[in-house]
Write a protein that binds this ligand. Structure first.
Ligand code: SF4
Ligand code: SF4
Length: 314
């Protein structure tokens, strides 16, 4: 039994899958950035990407099963040559579609089509912006990222994002700390971005850094690994357990393989039933009631106010 499971037991909490709401597709590891905290280890030099035959099988599944939400992530998901067809197929199936966008991709050569495409297809944009001040963003995501992100947000605003179309921002701490109060920080972001750049957005999602991949390497280098895990464990919040995203989200890798969440995907905790399962092996109802694969990293989802792809939980 891992430390997360022990903690659940001590608090009389149970965790299993419920009905599927969100199909989260990770279309590959390639990204135009290589951020310090990235849980995907994404970077421009990564080559693992969704292939055409797999994309076709994912689209068939979406057309047949019509998930309520299709959440497309990466890397920078827009780099996938199948991004547009995935969006169009999902919209045609009646799904709400989310693009997990790093903003700077909108400023890259060859992506001039992207903002208008997102708006035309009413794609919800969830965009990373770890601070409203340039220094902190540069520290975590690289030089020039803040300025490009601001320009991209202004472009999205001009197309109706933040008013007629949903535009949400994601904050995660620069270092090994828990995020501050989501509602307080949202108010600060709203005020600063409107005052300094005329930018509007809808929600701010605060996300706790997962102790995996590049962030885990950073923790180990700084000798902070044990301390960070203690921080997460000591702030366990049972009120966050009911809202954990692994209850209603299914994470799909670029080869069609299945996981309980994107973090488990990075740890190769693949869902199996005697043999590893792929999206085309299952129907949504097969998942209900299944046990969720967990590890000590799960403590990041239940610490403080809790954490998920849509922010705080409790
Ligand atoms: S955190 Fe996002 S933008 Fe940064 S490298 Fe990872 S996938 Fe790319
Ligand atoms: S890391 Fe994944 S499996 Fe673990 S609690 Fe968080 S969402 Fe659930």
């Amino acid at each position: 039994m891992n430390r997360f499971e022990k903690t659940l037991t001590e608090h009389d909490c149970t965790l299993q899958r419920g009905a599927l709401i969100t199909l989260q597709l990770n279309v590959g590891r390639k990204c135009n950035q290589a951020c310090r905290h990235c849980h995907v280890d994404a970077a421009p030099w990564r080559t693992e990407m969704l292939a055409a035959d797999t994309a076709a099988r994912l689209q068939d599944w979406i057309t047949t099963h019509k998930p309520a939400v299709v959440d497309i992530t990466g890397g920078a998901p827009e780099i996938s040559e199948h991004f547009k067809t995935l969006v169009k197929t999902s919209r045609a199936a009646g799904s709400r579609v989310i693009d997990r966008c790093n903003l700077t991709i909108l400023e890259e050569d060859g992506f001039e089509w992207l903002p208008a495409f997102l708006a035309k297809n009413e794609v919800e944009v969830i965009a990373s912006l770890p601070c409203y001040q340039p220094e902190n963003v540069s520290r975590q995501r690289g030089n020039g990222v803040f300025e490009k992100s601001i320009t991209a947000l202004q472009t999205l605003n001009a197309l109706g994002y933040g008013t007629a179309l949903p535009l949400h921002l994601v904050y995660n701490p620069v270092g090994p700390t828990l995020p501050p109060s989501q509602s307080k920080l949202r108010a600060e972001y709203k005020e600063a971005l409107r005052r300094d750049f005329g930018i509007v957005f809808n929600e701010l999602f605060t996300v706790t850094n997962q102790p995996i991949a590049r962030f885990a390497e950073d923790l180990r280098k700084q000798g902070m690994w044990d301390e960070y895990l203690e921080l997460l464990a000591n702030h366990f919040n049972p009120a966050a357990v009911d809202g954990l995203m692994c209850r209603d989200t299914l994470s799909v890798g670029y080869q069609g393989e299945l996981y309980d969440c994107d973090f488990n995907q990075m740890l190769d905790l693949q869902i199996a039933n005697g043999k590893p399962l792929y999206l085309w092996d299952i129907a949504p109802a097969d998942l209900t009631g299944r046990a969720i694969l967990t590890g000590n990293h799960c403590l990041a989802c239940t610490a403080g106010s809790g954490s998920s792809c849509t922010g705080a939980l409790a």
